[in-house]
Design a protein around this ligand. Structure first.
Ligand SMILES: [Zn+2]
Length: 722
């Protein structure tokens, strides 16, 4: 045990001596841990604790635990049955200190939907600084409910090598009129020797508390969302008014709104009221520049009217390196309105996006988690897509959904290791776990769908952006119903990359997009196509070394099938000339990758990338690689760019479109024939838009957009094909 081990005996600077004879008692085994006090979000919990006779209970090797300060030393004798009914529930958060260490202890054994666990986070004070230093959880403790106290014990799982991994938590059971009792957290070595003891005062019925700032944009049609009565339409649970804060409260998480919801005035932006990924990303960077770039329990939600993609896009969650999972946006163009259905959509979308900020994955993506879990495509959870629900699609989902997270999600929200949950902590989801699954051929595939992954060239220069094309077809001559969200940003197609080193990683987009239903029946001759840049995402640059890469995509079908693509092999060439080398140098960088992903941006944080692209254009303007710089700079110059600043009256900064500059760059990019055919088509469409804009000179009225998800590129139906 080192002095840095908060479970260690060396931590014990506490002077109090164990009080022999007071800590051990006989306890009643109580398998059904009902409790007399209403739980979180519950009107009333079923009373009546099951008493199954007294069982002597000893804690091996543990000396009697000193009662926490303030705890009554003697309790009035009570008849056990009467006591059971009037006892207070104990679940919630407790806080204690031992020497330089502090612990936030979470006890989850009664109240609503108990997950029967205890967990905690440790902090260490050094001088006048406090740092996080680890977490633990007891996944399967023995819980014993005595007439006077609960004892929860079991072996903990730790983020560090704990010298004393056995955990015993003792909490007095007080009567309804008494103050909540303090918990005692005792660590023991494997051999049962007593180690650190924390006396933890009761803090809150909530397991975690998160600050939330919700801002709205001025063009969102009122009323803004407040709450939805879940009894308004048929559902799978009791009707109740439910707000976003209420939905998290039911999960045991307190969302604490910061003062005032700011309204971001779009007057200055004229009629250009839709948002691109790049603008939202730049706004988030700006917004969070005032917040520390550290893991912290706070999140920003922007309520906007419309994304460039149109009303089919309901919400997005930003997950950018260094500032992970701290912000999300929802779009009322698709979900706004006052009907019960729309109110329900709003509640669902707001909670779903915030769920991502807590690092919850979609129900059908749980196998991506680290460590992987079984995917639950039929889960009735906020994190599923109603239209993707395999048992009756949206109608089936809403009929059965009780507006809640599923149990595994509750365990994550309440007991996940701090850095796996906290905003700004570990990255969204994880990668390697997916790889081995997806790189192996399926044992059986009766999905009736075929996914083709291709590139337009066999090999790529070092630093050259990796553009791939995805094509979905059916093998079923009767046709097959399929969703058409092929872009990996939408979360319904996953891409796995095996690097030359053998390392396997999942391509993880910087921004997760919540999309509505978009389905069609694919006939025998139909295809759905999409182009995607997969060179940069959460994992940084994926193709930054020369050598051979293997890439495979998995399409998550409506019936829950995982349709695997062919295995694509692509080679990244070694630079052979000095020019190759210089271009590789100019293209390889996080900022350049992010700019490719966003198709350009005005964001200050990406300035170094824009400078590199300028240098490419200056020095290597005629080189094929310059095509990518022209594309990125051309698309960005052609659009109006607005950024939400952190505070102050002029919260939106707007830069007008530079149509002529954009047209010149895009003309150069399309002429070169370097891009994939689909990408070239999109660049041509953008060029036509900016040329039209340059001609009529009314730059304020138009918005050049790049439809990232224009997957509806199926060829015109032939006669006889639906
Ligand atoms: Zn989502």
């Amino acid at each position: 045990m080192s002095q840095l081990d908060p479970t260690g005996a060396e931590s014990m600077t506490d002077e109090r001596q164990p009080d022999n004879g007071n800590g051990l008692a006989s306890y009643d085994e109580a398998p059904g841990l009902g409790n007399g006090e209403p739980g979180i979000g519950e009107a009333a919990a079923p009373p009546g604790m099951v008493q199954t006779g007294a069982v002597a209970f000893e804690i091996p090797g543990m000396p009697a635990i000193a009662p926490a300060p303030g705890l009554p030393q003697t309790r009035p004798p009570l008849a056990p049955q009467a006591a059971a009914v009037s006892r207070k529930a104990v679940s919630g958060c407790y806080a204690g200190t031992l020497g330089a260490f502090q612990v936030d202890l979470r006890v989850d054994i009664d109240r609503a939907r108990p997950m029967r666990r205890v967990s905690g986070d440790f902090y260490q004070t050094t001088g006048r600084t406090v740092a996080y230093c680890g977490s633990f959880v007891v996944d399967a403790p023995t819980i014993t409910a005595g007439s006077t106290q609960y004892v929860v014990k079991g072996k903990g799982r730790f983020t560090f090598a704990a010298g004393a991994p056995q955990v015993v938590v003792t909490i007095p059971r007080v009567q309804a009129h008494q103050p909540q009792g303090a918990a005692t957290l005792q660590f023991l070595t494997e051999a049962g020797a007593a180690s650190a003891v924390y006396h933890c005062a009761y803090e809150s019925v909530y397991f975690r508390t998160v600050r939330i700032e919700t801002d709205s944009v001025s063009d969102v049609e009122p009323p803004l969302f407040g709450s939805y009565d879940t009894g308004s339409l048929p559902s799978g649970g009791a009707g109740r008014p439910l707000s976003v804060v209420g939905a998290f409260a039911e999960a045991g998480i307190a969302l604490s709104p910061t003062a005032g919801g700011n309204v971001i005035d779009l007057e200055a932006a004229g009629i250009d009221a839709t948002w691109s990924d790049a603008e939202l990303h730049a706004s988030m960077e700006k917004h969070f520049s005032l917040w520390a770039d550290l893991p912290q329990w706070c999140v920003w939600q922007l309520v906007a009217q419309r994304h460039d993609e149109g009303p089919g896009l309901y919400g997005i969650m930003f997950d950018v390196a260094g500032k992970e999972r701290q912000g999300c946006a929802v779009f009322h163009a698709g979900i706004g309105g006052t009907t019960a259905e729309k109110q329900r959509d709003q509640l669902y979308t707001y909670v779903h996006e915030l769920g991502h900020c807590f690092n919850l994955l979609h129900s059908w993506q749980k196998h991506l988690a680290s460590p992987p879990q079984a995917s639950r495509p039929d889960s009735l959870s906020w994190m599923n897509y109603p239209w993707k629900y395999p048992k009756g699609s949206a109608a089936g989902y809403w009929r059965n959904f009780d507006f809640r997270f599923d149990d595994e999600e509750l365990i994550h929200l309440r007991h996940g290791f701090r850095n796996d949950v906290i905003m700004g902590g570990s990255g969204f989801g994880a990668g390697a776990a997916l790889g081995r699954d997806v790189l192996a051929d399926p044992i059986q595939d009766e999905s009736g769908l075929v996914l083709q992954l291709s590139t337009h060239q066999r090999s790529f220069a070092l630093g050259e952006p990796m553009l791939v094309q995805l094509t979905l077809r059916t093998t079923d001559t009767r046709g097959r119903r399929a969703h058409t969200w092929l872009h990996p940003d939408c979360g319904l197609v996953h891409i796995v990359i095996a690097k030359p080193s053998g390392e396997v990683c999942a391509y993880e987009p910087m921004i997760d997009h919540l999309v509505g239903a978009r389905e069609k029946v694919l006939g025998a001759g139909d295809k759905v196509e999409e182009a995607a840049y997969i060179g940069y995402g959460k994992g940084g640059l994926y193709f930054d070394q020369p050598g051979q890469y293997r890439v495979r995509a998995a399409y998550s079908a409506l019936d829950g099938s995982q349709v695997l693509s062919n295995m694509l092999t692509v080679r990244v060439r070694y630079p052979v000339s000095e020019t190759d080398d210089q271009l590789a140098e100019l293209f390889i960088g996080d900022e350049q990758g992010a700019l490719m992903y966003l198709l350009g941006s005005d964001s200050d944080s990406l300035r170094a990338g824009n400078d590199a692209f300028d240098e490419v254009l200056d020095r290597f303007g005629e080189h094929p690689m310059a095509t990518y710089a022209k594309l990125v700079k051309g698309v960005n110059a052609g659009r109006i760019f607005k950024t939400i600043s952190a505070a102050g009256p002029e919260r939106v900064a707007v830069r007008g479109a530079r149509a002529e500059e954009s047209a010149a760059l895009l003309a150069g990019a399309t002429r070169a024939e370097v891009l994939t055919p689909l990408c070239n088509d999109k660049a041509r469409a953008s060029l036509a838009a900016v040329q039209a804009e340059a001609q009529d000179g009314e730059t304020a009225g138009r918005r050049m957009t790049w439809r990232k998800y224009s997957a509806m590129s199926a060829p015109k139906p032939q006669a006889g094909v639906r």
